[in-house]
Write a protein of this length. Structure first.
Length: 216
């Protein structure tokens, strides 16, 4: 019997791409249900592009500054993803807002990682937001993407304690460790069909490991 086709994943980045590297590393395992087949950046200077190329993955920039509007950038991006026969898109530090029609075209097939325990602290400077709010737990979230920013159905979260003396950098350093662990675990769940979007809510199979997703 033919082995089932692995989920074909594109990772979208804007910067250093350390979550992207974590996904690439995880996907090297022959039993991993997804393969990273394409990396795209909206910024030609994103350091992650070179890291993807070193790993032998096609990596290209689509420079958003060369487009007159959001819709034309999104339509070129969409065409690239479809030409590469992508099943699932993973946003990994991709710092651009999409048009609702682009998001609709990838509904249930696009994930994002965000550096806070959503629905707290949407947008940018999440570690400063957490410190300003005085929370004692902080962390990261992987969610399906919907048109509203950082508002999509949550697949999984990882938490860290906020310590006396933490500043935004120290929080970022501890949260990113959890991000690099959480995202590959979530991609495996979604790619294998053990987590999916149903009527706007995430359904997770009972066989999915709790421990891999939440940590303190
Ligand atoms: C990560 O912390 C990710 O959660 C965040 O950008 C960083 C990218 O780091 N994403 C967002 O803030 C999206 N709104 P990386 O390039 O090393 O993966």
């Amino acid at each position: 019997m033919a082995t089932p086709r692995k989920t074909r994943v594109a990772v979208l980045i804007s910067g250093r791409g350390s979550n992207m590297v974590a996904l690439i590393e995880a996907a090297k395992d022959p039993t991993y249900p997804a393969e990273i087949v394409l990396v795209l950046s909206n910024r030609p200077d994103a350091a992650g592009l070179a890291r993807a190329a070193e790993a032998g993955i096609p990596a290209r920039a689509i420079d958003h500054t060369t487009f007159t509007d959001r819709a034309s950038f999104d339509s070129v991006l969409d065409a690239e993803l479809r030409a590469a026969d992508i099943d699932l898109v993973c946003l990994a530090g991709f710092m651009r807002i999409f048009t609702p029609s682009f998001v609709a075209g990838w509904a249930g097939r696009m994930l994002n990682i965000h550096p806070s325990l959503l629905p707290l602290f949407k947008g940018t400077r999440t570690h400063k937001q957490a410190l300003d709010a005085g929370v004692r737990l902080h962390g990261c979230t992987v969610h399906f993407v919907v048109p509203e920013l950082d508002a999509g159905p949550i697949v999984a979260q990882a938490a860290i304690p906020v310590r006396q003396g933490d500043d935004p950098d120290s929080l970022a350093d501890r949260v990113i460790v959890q991000e690099r662990r959480l995202y590959p675990a979530v991609l495996a769940l979604v790619a294998s069909g053990r987590a999916r979007l149903e009527d706007g809510r995430v359904v997770i199979a009972e066989s999915a490991p709790d421990g891999a997703l939440l940590s303190l």
